[in-house]
Ligand binder design. Structure first.
Ligand SMILES: [Zn+2]
Length: 114
């Protein structure tokens, strides 16, 4: 998920919202066990009880959202409603990061064409 937020470390706008730490583990385990049913009932019988014991990850207590900058790799937490961290604009970091992303994209495309 990408939002129009600015990285405090480089000033770039390629920032990923990694969410509030919550995850639906129980549903994932149920899905796996139902998928397993297509292959073997044994696997389902094994996983189904486990699903009931797995706890879903709770959101962080302070409600903070984790962000990751794809340009410079900077990771930080922000609590909604509090001021955004001070931003240092560093064009050289943005340029390096953009170049790195471009090369990765090119590499991906090359591999698809193989
Ligand atoms: Zn950054």
């Amino acid at each position: 998920m990408e939002e129009n937020v600015q990285c405090p470390n480089c000033g770039g706008f390629k920032v990923k919202n990694k969410g509030d730490g919550s995850a639906n583990n129980k549903l994932g385990c149920l899905a796996v066990s139902l998928g397993g049913a297509l292959f073997t009932w044994g696997l389902t019988l094994l996983l189904l009880p486990i699903a009931f014991f797995i706890k879903d990850d709770e959101p962080r207590e302070d409600g903070s959202i984790e962000y990751l900058c794809e340009l410079c790799g900077y990771k930080w937490f922000h609590i909604p409603g509090t001021p955004w961290p001070a931003i240092n604009v560093r064009p050289e970091l943005i340029r390096e990061g953009a170049e790195k992303l471009r090369q990765e994209e090119e590499e991906r495309r090359r591999r698809m064409n193989d």
